[in-house]
Design a protein around this ligand. Structure first.
Ligand SMILES: [Zn+2]
Length: 501
């Protein structure tokens, strides 16, 4: 390598998993709540199980200084507003441009499934802008989410592309480390990464992207094993994100070899073929219940002493679905916790009523008509306050979480935690943070898709997936896709006839 190394890397990212069908846009204020810049990036993420934590760790281990650009993340929600994507992309590109000649490369984190108003692939747009500003030879390593919809054009704009290989995403830091190490190896002239991708033409509902459920479990084991094969540097299987209605929707296998493009192609195609073979089995990997069937099954499980039962209202994409809560209020099956129902109005009402007060308020059902009707809920306020803490669970460990003003409203049978910011409960932190005794509960009603499994599989009596009529259903044919090309199982069939509408 003739390039004189400066031992300084730029670090940045704009991270959002976009649910196209949600009516409300994601705003700049939603991103700004967690956005950090410059030295704040190291202060916020050092030592955390996040991609940025992984980037920082590898730089530190290798004596490489870090220049923080901007890291802006926001929980999954509706399409990013034009104003937000413009402002965030402008800032990322201008900061990267400013530091171009003082850095050896950019460690970049994008989700892979971001959609903006007026731009179906804003991440591609960001990469095009970065390339234009930084030049085609400026090294960029890109770390993405397992749920990325990763087309060839987007991937080709980075020198290195790595993605999570576990869902729950317990390997976020590890993924940042993989991407950073490969870029440092390339800079040192030790390796010559060449990548190839293969796309099997399918997309999975998020619940079936859990990497410990067969047959994805076995395929993922092979993906990880392939990385250890001679000549291979890295392999990622992106499962894709089914709720972003985009032309690039679907799974991707991306293999990176050391100078051997034919090997990268063979590896990607071999693993992609595994997905094609298994596609029907992947799509039906676990039983799905409607709310009433789930409650009947729950009663049977509790009678047998299997507790707590985790009920997963997985189709909820706004953290405020009420379909299951309505059913649980009408049917007394057991002592129930509903951690993190997004409802700023109810949180405020509980704070005004005060600790210990009895309160009647509506909760949930405000993000869209599909979320179900708000529930009239009466109970005592057993916690109220600004809920902010560092995550102790296995996903995003160590990262600070801010739910804003929050409250527990408990009617003696069901305890609901209402929050100002939309956050999906993944672990048992909500119980310890809000003074609830986890052991007391027979039923835990969650809205996570796969991430809860890292904390809950070891402690749950049983996990039941409950399908409700919201924007993230198990049956993708229920969704009004408009941008999916022919040949994406199960949304479109191979002759291009759209069976999804
Ligand atoms: Zn993901």
């Amino acid at each position: 390598m003739t390039r004189q190394l400066k031992n300084r890397m730029a670090v940045g990212g704009i991270v959002h998993e976009t649910v196209s069908f949600l009516p409300e846009a994601t705003t700049l204020a939603d991103f700004e709540r967690r956005a950090v810049r410059g030295d704040e990036i190291a202060e916020t993420f050092a030592g955390s199980n996040t991609v940025f934590g992984g980037f920082l760790d590898v730089c530190q281990q290798n004596g490489v200084a870090v220049e923080g650009l901007i890291c802006a993340e926001c929980a999954p929600s509706g399409p990013v507003s034009k104003e937000a994507i413009q402002a965030l992309a402008d800032e990322l590109v201008s900061r990267a441009t400013l530091w171009r000649d003082e850095t050896d490369g950019l460690l970049l984190h994008l989700h892979g499934a971001m959609v903006a108003k007026g731009d179906l692939d804003p991440e591609h747009t960001i990469l095009v802008r970065l390339r234009k500003a930084l030049g085609k030879d400026y090294p960029i390593a890109l770390a993405m989410d397992l749920h990325g919809n990763v087309g060839a054009e987007k991937a080709a704009l980075a020198d290195i592309v790595c993605g999570f290989r576990h869902s729950p995403h317990t390997d976020m830091a590890e993924t940042g480390e993989r991407a950073a190490r490969l870029l440092l190896g390339k800079l040192a002239g030790d390796i010559t990464p060449v990548a190839a991708m293969a796309r099997p033409g399918l997309v999975l509902p998020s619940i079936f992207t859990a990497t410990e459920i067969s047959p994805l479990r076995e395929i993922m084991t092979d993906v990880r094993a392939a990385t250890a094969e001679p000549g291979i540097l890295d392999v990622t299987l992106f499962t894709g994100f089914a709720y972003a209605d985009v032309p690039e929707i679907g799974a991707t296998v991306l293999a990176t070899a050391d100078g051997d493009e034919a090997l990268a192609i063979r590896t990607a195609e071999r693993l992609s073929a595994r997905l094609v073979e298994a596609r029907e089995a992947l799509y039906g990997a676990a039983p799905i219940y409607d709310p009433m069937a789930a409650l009947e099954k729950t009663a049977q499980l509790l009678a047998r002493g299997s507790r707590p039962v985790v009920l997963l209202e997985h189709a909820d994409r706004g953290n405020d679905s009420t379909h299951l809560l309505h059913a649980m209020l009408a049917n007394d099956v057991g002592r129930t916790a509903v951690p993190y129902l997004h409802d700023p109005i109810a949180a405020k009402a509980a704070a005004s009523a005060g600790l210990g007060a009895q309160l009647m308020t509506t909760v949930g059902g405000k993000s869209s008509e599909m979320a179900g009707a708000p529930v009239l809920f009466s109970g005592f306020v057993t916690y109220t306050g600004h809920l902010r803490y560092r995550i102790t669970g296995p996903v995003r460990t160590g990262e600070e979480l801010d739910l804003g003003l929050s409250a527990v409203i408990d009617n003696g049978r069901i305890a609901v935690i209402v929050t100002t910011h939309s956050v999906t409960a993944l672990d048992t932190d909500p119980f310890t943070q809000c003074g609830l005794d986890f052991e007391e509960f027979d039923i835990i009603a969650l809205r996570s898709k796969t991430h809860f499994r890292a904390a809950y599989e070891p402690i749950a009596g049983e996990i039941l997936i409950v399908d409700t009529p919201d924007w993230g259903p198990a049956d993708l044919l229920d969704l009004p896709y408009r941008n999916v090309p022919p040949g994406i199982y199960p949304i479109t069939i191979d002759d291009g006839t759209d069976v999804g509408v």
